[in-house]
Design a protein around this ligand. Structure first.
Ligand code: NAD
Length: 501
């Protein structure tokens, strides 16, 4: 059997369990079918995978109440005990990494070569926060001559976690692991286009000994289940990853209950290549950061800003490479780009092929979708783009790169910063002074110099402008999931004003 055939046979065996009952919600440790359901289909060939419980406001209410009831005991549990459970969840993920990768590829269209690593990365997220659980409540002592100030942290309460369909497994672990380590309980509403691995993850957590009610899973649509979660009075905070316009809706929906919100939103990230850069490494990184993960990646380098002195050569090499990227079945280990998540998204990405042509850019590679089943598009490169074109300003979220030329550093900076987003930036130059100056002035939450996106979990992850509010990673996640308290103890007889004495 080929590797693809082996993967398909294994996937078929795993999926058998979902064929009868579909994907159920998991509330207070119980499987809940719900009153309605929807269908999830594979983007590979548009066939039905299974039905999914379509959560309602009632299901969210039940889940939020379960999370509230479970909160005091989970928050009071010794950090070392939480650490143990979180490590067990990581063990469960590692043990089922291949199964998770198979589901994720079939459900989202992501290539297997990236998804097997994404599952392990998810386990790492749990291990990292497991180790931080025992010190999550730690604070500081901030003495003055008259007072000893002591700060402490406590978990904020039950929180809602709303995740998107791009790398849904990894992103869910990223949001949920610190919440649990902090002592919060959760209600997770995964994206309707990619429900499979959220269910597996919740099951792994329960098998690892997580008490009922600590982790509740409610599937469903953003406008009903998602909305109800953001409006629920028992939910103290919303950790959201998704589109910028959805973030804005969530902020409005959460206003009446004064929700604390953390937003990881969209991006239109520049990769800026100066003519003194290491040409080959810059080329490899540029290609990797837009065409891996089908370009459905918030941190993708979707705008190439290339210095005009090397632009012809750089773009020519890009065309060669982009045309040979292997598009195919996501479960084939050779595949580099699989189908886009859904027809809705496929239509959006394909619209940009026409927008580019109408606006006067050159479609130097791709710009078409192959015939046949599935939401495949050809890896695409637009050249001769100008900074104000829609393909230079809007998040396309597919394997589509827009190349813009610049003359000098000032122009590169102006173009780089002249978008609504500010998630990441990638700078390629061998001039260290320029690298420092340029990255300092670049308006983005995360910048890599002479590198692709290599994430270190203790560092802050998040964006400026329309790319987000707040940061994940290290202690930043605890800042969001925890309340800070300061208690001031008088050290002696400091002077107290005596009104009316
Ligand atoms: P989306 O905003 O359409 O959906 C995300 C989630 O929000 C889904 O679960 C959806 O059901 C839910 N939702 C939709 N409307 C809602 C509402 N009114 N109330 C509550 N919940 C609602 O995003 P998507 O298309 O699934 O994901 C792609 C987007 O996510 C891209 O813009 C991408 O850049 C962004 N993203 C950002 C990061 C980051 O870290 N900054 C990471 C991954 C993805």
């Amino acid at each position: 059997m080929t590797d693809l055939a082996t993967h398909l046979a294994k996937l078929d065996a795993h999926l058998a369990r979902f064929r009868d009952k579909g994907i159920l919600n998991l509330i207070d440790g119980q499987d809940i079918a719900g009153q309605q359901s929807f269908e999830t289909c594979s983007p590979v060939d548009e066939t039905l995978i299974c039905t999914v419980a379509k959560g309602t406001a009632e299901d969210i209410d039940r889940a939020a109440k379960a999370a509230k009831a479970a909160f005091p005991a989970w928050a009071a549990l010794d950090g070392a005990a939480r650490k143990k459970i979180l490590h067990k969840i990581a063990d469960g993920i590692v043990a089922r990494a291949e199964e998770i990768a198979l589901y994720e590829c079939w459900d989202t269209g992501q290539a297997f070569r990236f998804m097997s690593k994404a599952a392990l990365r998810g386990a790492e997220n749990f291990r990292y926060y497991a180790d931080m659980a025992p010190t999550a409540r730690d604070g500081q002592s901030l003495p003055t001559n008259s007072h000893m100030n002591i700060t402490s942290r406590s978990p904020i309460g039950p929180v809602g976690v709303i995740t998107p369909w791009n790398t849904p497994f990894m992103l869910s672990t990223w949001k949920i692991a610190p919440a649990l380590a902090a002592g919060c309980t959760i209600v997770h509403k995964p994206a309707e286009f990619s429900p499979l691995t959220a269910r597996i993850l919740a099951e792994i957590a329960h098998e690892a000994g997580l008490p009922a009610g600590v982790w509740n899973l409610v599937n469903g649509m953003g406008e009903d289940a998602g909305r109800a979660l953001t409006e629920h009075p028992d939910i103290k905070a919303i950790a959201f990853v998704g589109e910028s316009k959805t973030g804005s809706m969530i902020m409005k929906q959460g206003a009446d209950t004064l929700k604390r919100c953390h937003f990881e939103l969209g991006g239109k990230n520049p990769v800026v290549v100066f003519d003194d850069a290491d040409f080959e490494r810059a080329l490899d990184a540029t290609i990797f950061m837009i065409y891996s993960l089908n370009g459905e990646r918030c941190t993708s380098s979707s705008r190439l800003l290339v210095q005009d002195t090397i632009a012809d050569a750089f773009e020519a090499r890009l065309v060669e490479r982009v045309n040979t990227i292997r598009v195919g079945h996501p479960l084939d280990p050779a595949t580099e780009v699989g189908p886009l998540i859904h027809k809705v998204h496929y239509d959006k990405v394909c619209r940009y092929f026409d927008i580019a042509r109408t606006d006067g850019a050159t479609v130097a590679a791709g710009g078409t979708a192959p015939d046949g089943k599935g939401w495949f598009v050809k890896p695409t490169l637009f050249t001769h783009a100008t900074p104000k074109m829609r393909i230079s300003q809007e998040e396309i979220f597919g394997p589509v790169l827009t190349s813009i030329r610049f003359k000098d550093e000032d122009e590169a900076l102006r173009i780089a910063n002249d978008v609504d987003y500010g998630l990441t930036g990638y700078v390629w130059t061998n001039d260290v002074t320029r690298a420092l100056r340029f990255s300092d002035a670049l308006d983005a939450g995360m910048i890599w110099v002479n590198s692709d996106n290599v994430r270190h979990l203790p560092t802050p992850f998040g964006g400026t402008k329309a790319s987000g509010i707040g940061r994940d990673g290290g202690q930043w996640s605890f800042d969001f999931y925890m309340e800070q308290k300061n208690t001031a103890f008088a050290l002696g007889q400091h002077k107290i004003a005596r009104l009316g004495a």
